[in-house]
Design a protein around this ligand. Structure first.
Ligand code: UD1
Length: 420
């Protein structure tokens, strides 16, 4: 069993390279199923979720391989619309492939997808959207989608689900109809999907707003497309919040990290500064313990990202005073708090809010990561606490961060991955 061993209490200084956004890359891999040609995804992280999506592509008959830092997906030989149950149960993003298969074949079959342990993650919004756009859906052990008569019409999502928005967009790319998705998610990663699909020859408008219009194209889509996804705002935010816990100065080696992407609520706080150049975030500097961050609400974009909520809770344990973090996307996303309490931190969960009275002295502890971002939160806490901490559940962290320990070591942290 692998664990992270962390001797914390060191400030973080230096530069860190930010990967392409996991939440862009995963739907882009799914979308590449529509392409009867080659797709190149630049600076693609070699995280385990990507490796599972690559296996899914191969099970569908395609090829997926890395050329240095670029992921290449060759969709010319994809000839199957049945998603493999063993792999779809490993990863939630597999559900996005349904929309792409519908566009390519008119049909798709999947089992209920898996994912991180952050509470119930149903797929009713996906199914409802595809039904409203005209797909016939049969739900047994497997869920079979028949859209062979073509899709069209309008759907209003009951919640702006990121995945359901992406799935509906992908399903509508090929055909004669026009599909309108209202109350769509507005996350910036959806713009990457639109950019990719339009480069492929699709006709998608409104990505990044609450109404997306997809005009079906009848011709087969087949060309070589190269895409550079946006940088991973969650990875960058994780390093920035680690700086809050540890102090220090971090520069991001990524020329296009726009300031609207993250953390402005946090980094206008007294001791936390963000360096900007032409509205791009160059780095962060934390000179002393900041004051508590007040009330922060994790909600759909442009709100504070739920995927940074656990890391913010951990960082708030080091800020002096109160922070209240309200979770409006995944109300059950506080299971990591139980582990954080082992450090002696003063925090409690009440309904969908976590109240942190920061600035108390914390002790090193042995903890276990039960999900990806909860694991990142435990790493941040351990980096900020003097003494030796151990964190199990490294495989959850590997779902979203490529070699996180190497990147933190590059910033001066003492963190190793050890087999026990
Ligand atoms: C995506 C992100 C994930 C992020 C989340 C919210 C990817 C690969 N993953 O996940 O990192 O945390 O957006 O920003 O992009 N829901 C339903 N029924 C559904 C679908 C969702 O009830 O059919 C609920 C979920 O349980 C959750 C909320 O809607 O409470 C938001 O989920 P959603 O936006 O769909 O998240 P994902 O697309 O799975």
């Amino acid at each position: 069993m692998e664990k992270f061993v962390i001797n914390g209490g060191k400030s973080l200084f230096g530069e860190v390279k930010i990967q392409s956004a996991k939440n862009s890359v995963l739907p882009l891999i799914a979308a590449s199923v529509i392409n009867d040609g080659k797709t190149y995804i630049e600076n693609c992280p070699k995280i385990s979720d990507v490796l599972v999506m690559m296996k899914i592509i191969e099970k569908l008959g395609g090829k997926a391989y890395f050329e240095k830092d670029d992921l290449v997906i060759d969709g010319r030989s994809i000839d199957c619309w049945i998603l493999p149950c063993d792999l779809t149960r490993e990863i939630r993003a597999s559900i996005f492939t349904v929309g792409a298969l519908i566009s390519r074949f008119g049909y798709a079959s999947t089992c209920a997808p898996g994912g991180c342990n952050i509470g119930d993650r149903p797929i009713d919004i996906h199914i409802d959207a595809l039904k409203k756009l005209g797909a016939i859906v049969r739900e047994n052990d497997e869920i079979i989608f028949d859209a062979s008569y073509g899709l069209g019409g309008s759907v209003t999502l009951r919640f702006p689900s990121v995945g359901a928005t992406e799935n509906a967009i992908m399903s509508a790319v090929r055909g004669k109809g026009v599909c309108i998705i209202k109350n769509a998610a507005k996350e910036p990663e959806i713009l990457d999907l639109q950019r990719y699909l339009n480069a492929l020859g699709a006709n998608v408008e409104g990505g990044g707003t609450d109404t997306v219009v997809v005009r079906g194209v009848e011709k087969k889509l087949s060309c070589e497309v190269r895409i550079k996804p946006i940088p991973d705002r969650i990875e960058a935010g994780t390093f920035a919040l680690a700086a809050v816990a540890c102090g220090g100065e971090i520069r991001f080696l990524e020329e296009s990290l726009p300031k609207y992407l993250f953390l402005s609520e946090i980094f206008r706080n007294n001791a936390c500064k963000m360096y900007l150049k032409n509205d791009k975030i160059e780095g962060v500097k934390v000179t002393e313990r900041p004051k508590g961050f007040g009330r922060v609400i994790a909600e759909p974009f442009p709100g504070f990202p739920t995927d940074l909520q656990p890391q913010l809770v951990a960082a708030s344990c080091f800020a002096k005073g109160l922070t209240v973090v309200v979770e409006k996307v995944f109300p059950g996303r506080f299971s990591f708090v139980e582990q954080l309490l082992k450090t002696g931190a003063d925090l409690s969960v009440c309904d969908n809010a976590c109240i942190i009275d920061g600035g108390k002295e914390l002790n090193p502890a042995e903890t276990y990561a039960g999900d990806l971002r909860g694991g990142a939160a435990l790493i941040i806490a351990a980096l900020g606490i003097e003494g030796k901490s151990l964190i199990g559940g490294t495989r959850y962290v590997d779902r979203g961060y490529e070699k996180i320990e190497e990147k933190f070591r590059g910033l001066g942290a003492d963190i190793r991955r050890v087999e026990f």
